[in-house]
Design a protein around this ligand. Structure first.
Ligand SMILES: NC(=O)c1ccc[n+]([C@@H]2O[C@H](COP(=O)([O-])OP(=O)(O)OC[C@H]3O[C@@H](n4cnc5c(N)ncnc54)[C@H](OP(=O)(O)O)[C@@H]3O)[C@@H](O)[C@H]2O)c1
Length: 506
């Protein structure tokens, strides 16, 4: 068969390489990584010289592994029954069964890499994707290092992609950074935050810096406050075992939400080079004021859902979900008022909220501008002016909307709020994507812009650590405190109402 991946339609294809997935039988691999590789193959962005080795405990043989991947590509990647790209990919799949803690696995992996490197002419370039439980991250990297499989001394690149969660508090994140840097240089480490794989998240930067009209007003003189909402309508589903130990704060804030904060608040970088962008993001993370213990009580709200409804059907309370402790104190909702202590954002609050079983699935950044002076309208029936609101809709309906006032037709002066709406799909259509395509591609071409650096991870955890400490010392007394299907606990409304504001409802 003619190789379908030699010439990229949308740029050069990735470097020749072998991808090793630790956790080849896991949920992430089958639902996200394999479909993403299939999508990259379809867009001709995978290198022609490519191979993939899967490793997991499962003693399934290579042929059975290939058959299972074919099936997964159909089920989770939407691949058709007859699919040349699937065949192409599957011909390059290899499988190694073994325990990540077993040194022999790395000896076998080394031998397999050497033979496949020759067979597929991959120039000794390997990247390892740790798609497994976080407790194995340090162990796998240590073993790879001991087996000299991360050694770049011959000039080939060797990279390691680390999934989230990266630590579960500041101390464990610093310890993990310390351990992995015994083996790897920072340039070899790709800490993934799959939120950054979303087109609309990347578009925040393009929107801000490719349009001349927004940046001059993107500051405290014109912006009243910013709201970031990451709302899910689903509950914990099958993730109760993990979630009950993590909670909404750990699961969402140090990574996804702070990424949205940094992209919204950062200064223009001097280029789109990885470190230029990440330097500016890092400055924002360092400028976010840490909450003193007494501030946690007034500026951080936690909640847990009780039973309620989703789409008109009854749904259970969080503490009745599978694998969740019946007297769980884990928060499924968090709202925070953050301050960025720099020249651009002094006195502009950033309100953030995220939670499960909320009224609607919606991720968005809402920028509320200062109100226009009312002076002209004193003599009219207009009793107030609504401020302009710019909303960057991240998901599910990707787009941008701008709210402004317009005269309601008629002989008397009345002002109505209207929206100017842009929907991505109207202009660019929609393409099958898992959000991992761009991230996998970037690993193959060595672009770390969308990956977190050690200092960013630690700065993110530093922001949430004071809240974790206070919440641990003072267990909640009123859980569950919001109804499934609502917009969260009343205290979250109070958080913004105290400042004379309300949450923007999508
Ligand atoms: N699932 C998602 O959509 C998603 C989204 C974002 C981030 N993540 C992150 O991605 C990572 C993987 O998540 P997941 O949901 O895919 O987990 P998972 O379904 O539990 O998969 C774990 C994988 O690791 C393998 N494994 C476990 N212990 C092993 C050992 N001692 N030796 C060899 N293999 C071992 C398992 O192999 P066997 O099946 O053979 O036991 C399986 O392939 C986690 O860090 C998670 O937080 C997942």
């Amino acid at each position: 068969m003619e190789n379908p991946t030699t010439i990229g339609e949308q740029g050069r294809s990735g470097d020749p390489c072998i991808l090793v997935i630790f956790g080849a039988s896991g949920d992430l691999t089958k639902r996200k990584l394999l479909p993403a590789l299939y999508n990259l193959a379809r867009k001709k962005l995978l290198p022609a010289n490519f191979a993939l080795i899967g490793i997991a405990l499962d003693t399934i043989g290579e042929e059975a592994f290939r058959a299972r991947v074919q099936e997964d590509l159909r089920q989770f990647g939407g691949a058709p029954e007859t699919c040349e790209f699937c065949d192409w990919l599957v011909q390059r799949l290899y499988y190694l069964a073994g325990d990540f803690r077993d040194t022999n696995v790395y000896t076998q992996l080394g031998a397999l890499l050497t033979s496949l490197d020759e067979k597929h002419d991959t120039h000794g370039k390997y990247f390892y994707y740790l798609a497994t439980l976080p407790q194995f991250f340090a162990e796998i990297i240590k073993q790879l290092g001991a087996a000299r499989l991360t050694d770049e001394s011959n000039g080939e690149w060797r990279r390691v992609v680390i999934e989230k969660p990266f630590g579960n508090d500041l101390e464990s994140a610093c310890a993990l950074n310390h351990e992995i840097r015994q083996v790897l240089a920072e340039r070899q480490i790709y800490r993934i935050d799959h939120y950054l794989g979303k087109e609309t998240v990347q578009n925040i930067l393009v929107f801000r810096f490719s349009n001349g009209i927004f940046e001059p007003i993107w500051n405290r003189r014109y912006i009243d406050h910013v709201q970031i909402t990451v709302a899910e309508s689903l509950g914990v589903e099958q993730r109760g075992g993990y979630y009950d130990h993590a909670g909404a704060l750990r699961d969402m804030v140090p990574n996804h939400i702070l990424q949205l904060v940094t992209l919204t608040a950062m200064e223009p970088p001097i280029s789109f080079q990885a470190d230029a962008v990440r330097d500016e993001q890092s400055k924002i993370l360092h400028a976010i004021q840490h909450l003193a213990p007494e501030d946690v009580l007034s500026r951080a709200v936690r909640g847990q859902y009780g039973e309620g409804q989703e789409d008109g059907s009854p749904v259970p309370a969080y503490n009745a979900e599978p694998k969740v402790s019946r007297d769980s104190h884990t928060e499924t909702f968090v709202a925070l008022k953050l301050s960025i202590d720099n020249w651009r954002w002094a006195d502009v609050p950033f309100y953030i909220r995220t939670g499960k079983r909320l009224a609607k699935r919606a991720t968005e950044v809402a920028i509320q501008f200062r109100r226009a002076p009312f002076v002209l309208f004193r003599e009219t029936p207009v009793d107030h002016l609504t401020p302009n609101l710019l909303v960057l809709h991240i998901q599910p309906d990707e787009g941008i909307s701008l709210r402004f006032g317009a005269k309601i037709p008629g002989p008397i002066v009345r002002v109505g709020s209207v929206d100017m709406d842009f929907q991505y799909t109207d202009y660019f259509g929609s393409e099958a994507s898992t959000g991992y395509e761009r991230l996998l591609y970037d690993c193959m071409v060595g672009d770390a812009t969308l990956f977190q650096r050690a200092d960013m991870v630690e700065a993110g955890w530093s922001v949430v650590q004071p809240i974790l400490d206070v919440w641990k010392a003072l267990p909640p007394r009123n859980f569950p405190n919001y109804t499934a299907g609502s917009w969260g606990p009343k205290e979250a409304d109070d958080l913004v109402r105290r400042d004379g504001r309300t949450w923007h409802q999508s």
